[in-house]
Write a protein that binds this ligand. Structure first.
Ligand SMILES: *Cc1c(COP(=O)(O)O)cnc(C)c1O
Length: 383
């Protein structure tokens, strides 16, 4: 009997030996693996700086704090995302505003975003958190221009999209996380994501100032750096200069993620192979796919199809040992968000999408035989 989830990590012998080496070293946390992982990840996404943290949610929370988010400020995001993209705003006592999605690529709809900005006075919004949904990069150039014109910051939630990129209007390849058109970018290393750390996250930036701020926030706002101290009482002396958190990642997790990063591009190549096979196999079926625009390279965290018979397909696949998932229940329809005043009907494109979407298995270690079983099971359903 098959047991095929929608997403899954792949752990090699090399990954295991890297973790063991760290277990046998002097540092389980705050050691050399963290900086090594940060340096390599920054290179991978074309950013100057990277700060590793304990998970993607902490990355988002620290990102908005580093940008100075204040209580009651308004931040825009998409309703089709994991709840963390919006929750990080609430953690800071600020307010979430949604803009509906584009029906083709399922990312935040820039036309709706412009309409939202037009219908409010100029300084209404303090920031925006666009999400590269399912691995499809948000073309941030336009959003960055709007942000400059309206004076708000941009945090790219790239948790689905390490390795993704788009070509900008000058033909330059802009990688997710490069922060060419954003202030900060956030990633997650939860096992269903591209790179598994167990739990882990990352923030990337090209700003030295934000980098320093993030490093401080990650560990209680404490510094020991002699150049930054206000006083100095001796070798033991440190100062807590900001209200920070313990959002550190351990060296054990960083060692695993670093080992996984070595084959990240291989994983993306396999994901593309799987996506191509699905599309070819379903070309005659009444299903719709996420459209990736010309010049955009999808990292395929998920492979979503839309069908009018979503619930039946879900149950059918479940009976075949395949465990699809629904990404996502629109955030504004969650009971907690309803208690804040949102309601069904607020974002109709997201809601129609939610009625139809289903994520099929998509991960690098999915075997050909398993992929074939998924394909045949989907085809059987529509026969
Ligand atoms: C996974 C994910 C997060 C949160 O990451 P964790 O590591 O699980 O905290 C945030 N945003 C998106 C879009 C995600 O998929």
């Amino acid at each position: 009997m098959y047991k095929i989830p929608y997403g899954k990590q792949e752990i090699t012998n090399e990954d295991i030996s890297e973790v063991i080496k760290t277990l046998q070293s002097d540092f389980l946390t705050q050691g050399p693996k963290i900086l090594e992982f940060e340096t390599r990840f920054a290179e991978y996404v074309d950013a100057k700086y990277a700060v590793a943290v304990c998970n993607g949610t902490a990355a988002l929370h620290m990102a908005v704090l580093a940008l100075g988010l204040q209580p009651r400020q308004k931040i825009i995001t998409t309703p089709i995302t994991f709840v963390a993209s919006a929750n990080c705003v609430l953690y800071a006592g600020a307010e979430v505003v949604f803009a509906d999605i584009d029906a083709n690529d399922y990312n935040i709809d820039v036309v709706k975003l412009e309409a939202l900005l037009k219908s409010h006075p100029k300084n209404t919004f303090a920031g925006i958190i666009p999400v590269a949904f399912a691995g499809c990069p948000v073309k941030l150039e336009k959003i960055s221009a709007l942000a400059k014109a309206h004076g708000f910051w941009v945090v790219e939630d790239a948790c689905h999209a390490p390795g993704g990129y788009f070509n900008d209007s000058k033909g330059k390849k802009i990688k997710c996380g490069s922060t060419v058109y954003s202030d900060l970018s956030c990633f997650s290393f939860h096992p269903v994501k591209h790179i598994a750390a167990g739990e882990g996250g990352m923030i990337t930036t090209n700003s030295k100032e934000l980098y320093e701020k993030l490093k401080s926030l990650r560990t209680h706002g404490i510094t020991k750096d002699a150049a930054l101290l206000k006083e100095n009482h001796g070798g033991w002396y440190y100062e807590m200069q900001d209200l920070g958190y313990n959002y550190r990642i351990s060296d054990i997790n960083a060692a695993l993620a670093l080992s996984q990063l070595n084959r990240a591009d291989q994983g993306i190549a396999r994901r593309h192979e799987i996506a191509d096979k699905y599309r070819k196999a379903f070309s005659d079926l009444p299903v719709k796919y996420q459209q990736t625009e010309e010049g955009v390279f999808n990292a395929y965290h998920l492979f979503v199809i839309e069908t009018d018979r979503r619930k039946e397909l879900y149950d059918h696949l479940f009976s075949k040992g395949i465990f699809p998932q629904i990404h996502y229940i629109p955030v504004h329809m969650q009971p907690y968000y309803k208690s804040l005043g949102f309601k069904k009907g607020d974002f109709p494109v997201a809601e129609v999408y939610y009625e139809k979407c289903i994520s099929l298995p998509m991960y690098a270690s999915l075997k050909d035989e398993e992929l074939e079983h998924v394909i045949q099971s989907v085809r059987l359903f529509f026969k």
